[in-house]
Design a protein around this ligand. Structure first.
Ligand code: ZN
Length: 480
């Protein structure tokens, strides 16, 4: 089965969507005008992706005009079309049932240019897309560099603190001098009656002073911004894309860098309007495509997560907890794991004392989780029903656990009784003995999950399907 993905590029003028192969070829393409209403734009993205979707499509990558938190998949801000505040990613995922990756649109274009375009073979690249505004993206060691969240806003490098106001709230960002919008302003202010930048170049070539001045007004601030980029991140190459990328590279040819160390190669991008959709499609195949682990990182940063592996004694919880831990790397806190060393040191104890140790161990588990950093995930292996639900809820709150998934290990009483009886010899003195079996049979038949979060019942009379269980746990953590 061929790996293909859908790439979507939401531009100020057009939304483009394409089926993209793993090699970056466009297999099919659609395009429509971008609605000005964000909700309408989202609906069009869904409709266009649906039109291209096939069973072979692995996911949908979307280039967003604005700042994007890639890990949490949130849109932080936008420009003319502001998609922040919409449940953008989940709406598309719900509509198509496939994973969605979002990135800033210029970052998507850079992904494509590095793979098959003007920056192919380079590892450290800065890119500016020069159109209505100026977009930016940075790659470090072959991967998009995000910084804390949304690095690479190169259009907002300040080149004159007294310059024109910028939509970002400051003055004199390079976008206010060297974008397509700014070029039109320079042309109008110079009183030139030209429509295209080619005409300006032609006039300048013939020695027209006003045209030369316009090109300098447009390119000198850009040169300053590129020097700042060279000074701060020393890329091998700076790529100029967007509708005016080639023209900007041409205008800069007359403005050499003032010092050799400001001299990364300045190259025009090669993929033109297709860079955005190709990169968006490729983002599904790259190592940067968010694994489920990464997708939940934004949520983890806000709270902790707990998988409660719950069931009566001899219901198979410890094996299930171990299997889950092996696959996820999450640590297990087990009630018996804490209690047993005490039993070993203390020796035989009566059932009351055993229960006291159990309660203390239960408390110890939640104290450990309470002390753990935000974002931690734990697997807790216990028969939770030996304490009231309200107690568990208090512990969950106090430990600042935000997401709870409960795996309820269900087993018929007779099976639990047989298993318990067969393992009596392995149990430490202090655990109830054979006399407990009838009680356990009754308990197992009427035991219920705690229900403090989402619950999945795992039939413990057969081998649990870990893939299904793991997918469910991730779904719970991603959804809550
Ligand atoms: Zn700005």
């Amino acid at each position: 089965m061929a790996d293909i993905a859908i790439g979507v590029d939401i531009g100020g003028t057009n939304i483009r969507a394409a089926l993209v192969s793993v090699q970056g070829e466009i297999l099919a393409k659609v395009s429509e005008r971008t609605p000005t209403d964000p909700l309408l734009a989202l609906e069009r993205v869904i409709a266009m992706a649906r039109a291209l979707d096939t069973p072979e499509v692995l996911g949908i990558g979307v280039g967003i005009p604005g700042r994007v938190d890639v890990d949490s998949r949130e849109i932080l801000s936008g420009g003319i079309l502001n998609l922040s505040g919409l449940d953008f990613v989940r709406r598309i995922e719900a509509a198509l049932g496939k994973p969605v990756v979002i990135e800033n649109d210029c970052s998507m274009a850079l992904i494509a240019e590095m793979r098959i375009g003007g920056a192919k073979g380079y590892q450290n690249v800065a890119m500016l897309t020069i159109g209505t505004g100026i977009g930016g993206a940075v790659a470090h060691a072959g991967r998009i560099y995000h910084g804390h969240k949304a690095a690479g806003q190169l259009g907002h490098i300040c080149v004159s603190q007294d310059g024109p106001p910028c939509p970002c709230g400051r003055r004199g960002c390079v976008e206010t001098f060297s974008s397509g919008t700014a070029l039109r302003r320079h042309i109008a202010e110079a009183g030139l009656s030209v429509v295209t930048i080619k005409e300006v170049f032609d006039m300048a070539a013939e020695g027209d002073d006003a045209a030369v001045r316009v090109l300098r007004q447009w390119a000198v601030p850009l040169r300053a911004a590129l020097d700042n980029i060279a000074a701060t991140m020393d890329p091998e190459v700076i790529l100029l894309g967007g509708g005016l990328g080639c023209d900007a590279a041409r205008a800069l040819a007359d403005l050499p860098a003032v010092a050799p160390w400001f001299c990364p190669a300045i190259l025009p991008a090669k993929l033109a309007d297709d860079a955005g959709v190709i990169g968006a499609g490729l983002s599904i195949f790259t190592a940067d495509a968010p694994s489920q682990e990464k997708r939940a990182r934004g949520k983890r940063a806000r709270g902790k997560r707990a998988v409660l592996v719950n069931g009566v004694p001899a219901s198979g919880k410890s094996r299930l907890a171990k299997a889950l831990s092996d696959r996820t790397g999450w640590p297990i806190l087990s009630l018996d794991g804490i209690k047993n060393p005490f039993l070993q040191h203390i020796g035989p104890v009566d059932r009351d004392f055993n229960r006291t140790l159990g309660k203390a161990s239960y408390q110890a588990i939640w104290s450990i989780i309470a002390d753990a950093p935000a974002g931690s995930t734990f697997i807790i292996d216990a028969w939770f029903g030996f304490q009231p639900k309200a107690q568990l809820e208090n512990y969950i709150d106090a430990a600042k656990v935000g997401d709870v998934a409960e795996l309820w290990c269900k087993v018929p009483g007779t099976v639990a009784g047989e298993r318990y009886a067969s393992r009596l010899k392995e149990r430490l003195p202090g655990h109830p003995g054979a006399e407990y079996v009838p009680e356990l049979i009754t308990l197992a038949d009427r035991a219920e999950p705690m229900g403090c979060g989402a619950v999945m019942t795992v039939e413990q009379t057969k081998e649990p399907d870990m893939e299904v269980i793991l997918a469910w746990v991730w779904q719970v953590f991603d959804r809550q």
